[in-house]
Every structure is written in C-alpha cells, then in structure tokens.
Design a protein around this ligand. Structure first.
Ligand code: ATP
Ligand code: MG
Length: 203
C-alpha cells in the first residue's frame, strides 16, 4: 500500500505528539516539590480578581482554610465575599479611603496600614492554607505601604501557605519573589463600548 502525503503528515503528527507527551509526562514526574506558592496575577485585562477568588473557591472546595484582604474599597457589594464568607473565609477590607479615584492621601495611608496589620496576621497564621491579597499592587505603586514590610511578611509566612496577589502594574520585586506570574492582557472590554459594570460579572 502506498502512503499518500496526508498519511505521511498524519504519521509525523502522531510522532510529534508522542514525543511531546513523553516530555510532559517526564516533567510531571520530575515535579515533586510541594510548597506554599506565591502567585501574582497582573496586567490590564479583566480577570485578575476573579482568578484570585476562583482559586480561593477551589481551595475551600477541598476543605482548605483561606483568608482574603481587599485593598480597594471599590464596590462594597462583592459576590465572592457574600459567598465565601458563608464558607468560613475570613475577610479584611480596607476601611475608608482608597478607591480608584483616590482623594485623601493621609486617610488612604492610614487605611492601608490598618488593613495591612490584618494581612500580616493572616500571613503569620499557620492554620491558613491560602491568603488572597486582592489589589495589593496599588499599595506599592502609590507608596502607601513599604515594600520591605510586604516582602518580609511574604518571606516569613508559614512554609505551606499559598499567597495570591492581584492588581495592575505589579512591582518587579514581587514578580521576582513569585513562583507563578500571569499577565491578563486586555483585548477588549464591554466598558469601552459604553456598558456599565454588571452585577455578577464585574463585582
Ligand atoms: P475582575 O474583578 O472582573 O476579575 P480585574 O480584577 O482583572 O477584574 P480590576 O483592574 O481589578 O480588574 O478592575 C476591576 C473592575 O474594572 C471590574 O469591574 C472590571 O470589569 C473592570 N475592568 C477590568 N479590566 C478592565 C478594562 N480593561 N477596561 C475597563 N474595565 C475593566
Ligand atoms: Mg481586581
């Protein structure tokens, strides 16, 4: 039986896929380390906080214990908070001050320091498997919290504890410290065509 060009292509494709599978299997087998991870989800596209909260939901679904710190007041109503609080997730929310259109710098800094104290407690609590620091990046870009303090709390956290940091324009030191970093790219957003923020999608 003679082979057609299509047969040859198919065979090559199969061989390539087999080699790829062998490589992936080997990499999976070699990845044996277990440790608390630092994840950063940054970039200008939509999906950073939802990814952070989704990971918390994933962990809680496995019976892990999680806490969330929200560094931006934003919209007080927050679907994930309503849900996850019912499942034992502790929340610390930045009290007054900082929103997207921040006005009062002194009040913002006081609120940042206040909520950071709570974050430090979470990051020192060995009974917590996961801590989400939602919108933490702005505390650094606005110089509301010193990098050294954040770095020290992250480095000294319990070894098994996972930490997620979200927000745009993440400080490069946090990116260096992180194990996994994803950048959400904006392709388009409904807001740009005049659609207002939608409950269940945007908060
Ligand atoms: P989400 O909470 O939906 O995952 P996010 O955390 O990636 O969004 P943020 O920068 O925290 O994004 O912005 C929060 C709010 O701004 C959300 O209501 C979100 O839909 C909206 N938003 C996010 N990205 C964009 C964008 N590129 N253009 C306009 N609005 C955006
Ligand atoms: Mg967000």
């Amino acid at each position: 039986m003679t082979m057609t060009t299509d047969d040859i292509k198919q065979q090559r494709h199969q061989a390539r896929q087999q080699r790829l599978k062998a490589q992936v299997d080997a990499a999976v087998a070699a990845a044996s380390a277990e440790k608390g991870l630092l994840l950063v989800i940054t970039g200008n596209g939509k999906g950073k906080s939802t990814s952070g909260f989704g990971t918390v939901a994933r962990a809680v679904g496995h019976g892990l214990r999680a806490a969330v710190v929200q560094f931006i007041k934003g919209s007080w109503d927050c679907g994930e908070r309503n849900l996850l609080a019912q499942h034992g997730v502790q929340f610390a929310v930045m009290a007054t001050g900082f929103t997207w259109d921040t006005q009062d710098k002194a009040a913002d800094i006081a609120a940042a320091e206040q909520v950071w104290l709570q974050a430090e407690q979470f990051l020192a609590d060995p009974t917590l498997d996961m801590v989400l620091l939602d919108e933490l990046t702005y505390m650094l870009s606005y110089h509301y919290l010193p990098l050294e303090r954040i770095e020290s709390a992250l480095l000294n956290r319990p070894p098994g504890q996972h930490v997620l940091i979200t927000g745009r324009a993440c400080h490069r030191r946090l990116i260096e410290l992180a194990d996994t970093v994803s950048e959400v790219q904006n392709i388009k957003h409904a807001f740009d065509s005049g659609v207002k923020a939608q409950r269940g999608i945007d908060w």
